[in-house]
Ligand binder design. Structure first.
Ligand code: SAM
Ligand code: SF4
Length: 350
């Protein structure tokens, strides 16, 4: 099994100072890093992947040790929140070695939060280990509570396993948030039920609009359900009270009076959420994407591998952040057949 780094790799500059913090051209401080640790997955969700995806050769992937070093460089530069995602992060071999080694930054106080976004299929196995390494909260993606619909959406998934995973996570003391993609004609009649179920178990629910990322077999126009409609329908049955709760992310939250729970809406297409963006993403090959909805990227694998010192890596990160764009240009419309961005969500990480 690969071993992830255990020493702190935070380099000081020549004057002995910590590396420069990450501030982009629009004065946004970059404090949140999402890391796709693998592009592979044990599901094939219809909005995320085509059924016959080709994946990266394993040799192209950063080792766990390199992922640790890359994450540590960002933490040295002021990142305080780190999310492991994918593909399915919990199918990456040895993933707990990485979680365990990254937890030293929680212990030192440099990192405030280490979290995971997962489809839940492996949670039964890993929930208590995650908690043991200092993970407090996780996001589990779940679009339906109907086993057949679940199978149709994920193509390969088993709802029972995911529900057992959520049970295990809650039993281990992890705080769970459910993420559901709103899909026209598929789960639109179920969102109220999903919300009542989640709130009944003390979990927040966030509903997400389909984003045009990567070629899939179906048309995104057929899947796209504007959340303005979801919200209007929920408002007919529930009292939705706007609240200030923010997680530093793009979700806007309401409190549902009848359930007492929180409901979030992520609406990249109907509202622009970019002005407060604090995040960047790296892929499992060490490519840094400054925006989920743009193609510009920076290769961090070369500077990472070029030298044992982190100086070149820090310089490459600074240069990339200086190019972070103001926002995305997502569009789903009939004239534009191709996806706005060619890479799949599983590459950049959700
Ligand atoms: N496999 C993990 C999971 O499903 O939670 C982590 C990676 S997945 C790419 C992260 C999130 O992105 C999931 O909540 C998924 O539903 C969402 N997602 C994937 N493709 C999407 C798309 N085209 N539009 C909107 N959300 C998408
Ligand atoms: Fe896999 Fe997550 Fe994409 Fe579904 S959304 S195919 S679980 S990466």
């Amino acid at each position: 099994m690969e071993a992830a780094g255990s020493d702190s790799t935070i380099d000081l500059d020549r004057a002995g100072n910590k590396p420069r913090a990450l501030i982009d051209p629009f004065a946004r401080a970059i404090t949140y890093l999402r890391v796709s640790v693998t592009d592979r997955c044990d599901f094939r969700c219809v909005y995320c992947m085509s059924e016959h995806m080709s994946f990266l050769p394993k040799a192209d992937l950063l080792s766990l040790e390199e992922l640790d070093r890359l994450c540590s460089a960002f933490i040295a530069k002021g990142v305080v929140k780190l999310r492991l995602t994918g593909g399915e992060p919990l199918v990456r071999r040895g993933i707990m070695t990485l979680v365990s080694s990254l937890s030293r930054h929680l212990a030192s106080g440099a990192l405030k939060e280490l979290t995971v976004t997962t489809n839940g299929s492996q949670l039964e196995k890993y929930a208590s280990e995650l908690k043991g390494h200092g993970v407090e909260r996780i996001n589990v993606s779940l679009d339906t509570l109907d086993p057949e619909k679940f199978r149709a959406i994920t193509r390969w998934g088993d709802l029972g396993k995911v529900l057992a995973g959520i049970d295990a996570a809650q039993a281990a003391g992890l705080k769970v948030k459910i993420n559901a993609v709103a899909l026209k004609g598929v789960n639109e009649d179920e969102i109220a039920g999903l919300m009542q179920w989640a709130h009944g178990r003390g979990m927040d629910l966030t509903v997400i609009e389909v984003m045009p990322l990567g070629d899939i077999e179906e048309s995104r126009l057929d899947q796209y359900l504007p959340l303005s409609l979801v919200r209007a329908r929920l408002a007919e049955r529930f009292t939705l009270e706007d609240i200030d709760y923010r997680t530093g992310g793009p979700a806007r939250y309401v409190r549902v009076k009848e359930t007492g729970g929180r409901l979030g809406f992520i609406t990249p297409l109907t509202h622009n959420f970019c002005e407060s963006c604090n995040r960047v993403r790296i892929t499992c090959t060490g490519t840094l994407y400054m925006c989920l909805g743009q193609d510009d990227a920076a290769d961090l694998r070369s500077p990472l591998r070029a030298s044992e010192s982190d100086a070149a890596l820090h310089a490459a990160i600074d240069e990339a952040i200086a190019r972070k764009p103001k926002g995305h240009d997502f569009v789903i419309d009939r004239r534009r057949q191709a996806p706005a961005v060619g890479r799949h969500m599983s590459v950049t990480g959700g």
